[in-house]
Design a protein around this ligand. Structure first.
Ligand code: TYC
Length: 112
């Protein structure tokens, strides 16, 4: 941050009488977003994938079934869009839940 930016950040904008004239600050930059993609494989049971989509991504059964079938037929599919930390957590949760049940199910994250 430049000295000028630091000054602006720390001190309110004043007019020649020393009155604060600024009403609002510019909006902060929005964080980048990441989609979590579920990947197809030949071994994970369809019912298990539906359960994962309900449990980890909060989908209802019809949506979870639709996304599972999309992944099954197209190879991958979007489970949701999140900030980096949340996307990363979802990917870790999918991985560890699948591993606990000895299924090879994988997900990944990609900036949108
Ligand atoms: N292809 C798997 C099967 O036929 C089902 C499946 C769907 C696996 C989606 C992974 O992300 C997946 N049992």
């Amino acid at each position: 941050m430049s000295e000028e930016q630091k000054k602006e950040f720390l001190e309110p904008l004043e007019d020649e009488r020393g009155l604060v004239v600024e009403e609002s600050r510019p909006e902060l930059k929005k964080p980048p977003l990441y989609q979590v993609l579920l990947l197809n494989d030949d071994y994970t049971p369809m019912e298990f994938v539906v359960e994962v989509l309900e449990m980890i991504f909060g989908m209802d059964r019809p949506k979870a079934t639709r996304i599972m079938l999309e992944v099954h037929t197209k190879g991958k599919g979007r489970c949701g869009v999140f900030t980096y930390e949340i996307a990363e957590t979802k990917v870790a949760q999918v991985g560890s839940y699948a591993q606990q049940h000895q299924h090879p199910l994988l997900s990944t994250l990609e900036e949108v």
